[in-house]
Write a protein that binds this ligand. Structure first.
Ligand SMILES: Cc1cc2nc3c(=O)[nH]c(=O)nc-3n(C[C@H](O)[C@H](O)[C@H](O)COP(=O)(O)OP(=O)(O)OC[C@H]3O[C@@H](n4cnc5c(N)ncnc54)[C@H](O)[C@@H]3O)c2cc1C
Length: 398
């Protein structure tokens, strides 16, 4: 028997996240969207939101209690992220999901010493914002899914062993999230340029103040106006060997065992799909044509029904993926997480597009939120791998 009902604890968590999103996120998003000025630094507005959410445990939710986390499950995370994503997908994904997932990564991939040291801020009640840098300019990030054993394919940032340290040199792409504002970076570099990418990537924990790390100008995007993305230049960045997570060449394997990143993104996009549906529903009840609210015209009503049905289907796919992450992380990583992320983003894009249609001319004005939904939804297509490579990766596991 399958029970989809939430426990009392989960309903409390969900309500807490919903209240937080209404009270803390929505007013900030309105300010940033209203200014719509590339000179505005979103982090100036969002950092309070991040620290308040971190205090509620949204970034340490999955970390075991002995390291200062809440020791909760991925199913709990997706409940929170749907609520945050309904208010603003980029705040949900960039600040909360990424930091929550990388904190969990330290507990999965780190030694006891690394877990204690890197996560010590949690016990001290001083949340840290994380960034994970893999993609590079002039290299297709999809190369990570390349099955060819050609060592020339893939990222070029190199980590050279030097006594008790590694020296990192290279560049990371202008899309990397939280670059320039994060407290610490998880940087992926090759430790052997003669081996294929998947066998030669290693992952290093690098505090933001490490000499040689240089951050570029913030990248303007069509949506996700509340987040900060920028390039990194690594110029002889000396990283102690004890900051290598896992063994040399293990990054691909370790990251594959972190389905929570994609599942968290998917949950945030269910939030966006729901918000677009509720927004269009509200409009359709108020807008009158031919003497009655447009929801009473079947052409509009059927669109709204599809939006609701698709949102519910995406939510269940995400819940199932989250449940699998808690019980069978490998199956979740290989199949369920990419499926959930692809489907949830598709539904979000479709719902946002339908919201634009239901709002008629107003759908394309800055006055309405439909355009923001659409722009934010489209960003989900390529954020954390494109729908094509995710599906190709998934098929290779079937
Ligand atoms: C909002 C946002 C946040 C991001 N944050 C981060 C971050 O924090 N850290 C980080 O490292 N990166 C980040 N990225 C980069 C992101 O991971 C990549 O943009 C994404 O993986 C796509 O890679 P690419 O842009 O290099 O596209 P490419 O790999 O160049 O692909 C281009 C097109 O070709 C298609 N394609 C490529 N190969 C194949 C194939 N074999 N078969 C079929 N189709 C194929 C793709 O589907 C796509 O349509 C972020 C991107 C965005 C948009």
């Amino acid at each position: 028997m399958i029970d989809f009902s939430l426990t009392l604890e989960q309903r409390i968590l969900q309500t807490k996240a919903r209240d937080f999103a209404q009270r803390e996120i929505i007013p900030i998003v309105q300010i940033i969207e209203e200014f719509n000025n590339p000179q505005i630094e979103p982090w100036d507005f969002c950092q309070n939101v991040f620290y308040k959410g971190a205090e509620l445990g949204f970034t340490s939710l999955l970390v075991p209690k002995e390291y200062g986390g809440l020791g909760r499950k991925c199913v709990d995370l997706v409940l929170i992220l749907e609520e945050l994503g309904a208010a603003d997908t980029s705040i949900a994904c960039s600040y909360f999901n990424l930091t929550a997932a990388m904190s969990l990564f330290v507990t999965r991939a780190g030694t006891n010493e690394q877990q204690k040291r890197i996560l010590s801020h949690l016990r001290a009640g001083q949340p840290q914002l994380y960034s994970a840098a893999e993609s590079e300019p002039n290299v297709a990030t999809s190369d990570l899914f390349c099955p060819l054993p050609d060592a020339k394919i893939g990222i070029k940032t190199f980590a050279q062993r030097d006594g008790d340290a590694y020296i990192l040199n290279g560049q990371k792409s202008s899309l990397v999230t939280n670059v320039g504002i994060a407290d610490a970076y998880f940087i992926i570099a090759r430790t052997d340029l003669d081996k294929p990418l998947r066998e030669s990537m290693s992952i290093f924990y690098v505090p933001a103040d490490t000499p040689g790390l240089k951050f570029g100008k913030r990248t303007e995007m069509i949506g996700w106006k509340t987040s900060h993305h920028a390039p990194i230049h690594l110029d002889n960045v000396r990283v102690p060997a004890e900051n290598l997570l896992g063994q040399e060449g293990e990054a691909a394997k370790l990251l594959m065992l972190l389905p929570e990143v994609a599942i968290g993104l998917a949950a945030s996009y269910v939030g966006l799909a729901r918000a677009a549906y509720e927004y269009a529903l509200d409009y359709a009840k108020k807008r009158v044509s031919w003497g009655r609210p447009i929801i009473e015209h079947q052409a509009v009503a059927l669109k709204l029904a599809d939006m609701m049905i698709n949102t519910q289907a995406a939510r269940l796919t995400v819940w199932e993926a989250a449940n699998t992450a808690d019980t069978d992380p490998q199956l979740a990583a290989m199949v369920k997480a990419p499926a959930a992320k692809t489907f949830a983003v598709d539904v979000a894009i479709k719902n946002a597009q339908t919201a634009v249609e239901i709002l008629g001319g107003y759908g394309v004005t800055k006055e309405s939120q439909a355009g923001k939904f659409l722009a934010d939804a489209c960003i989900g297509y390529s954020c954390d791998f494109t729908r094509e490579v995710l599906r190709l990766g998934l098929v290779s596991c079937l």
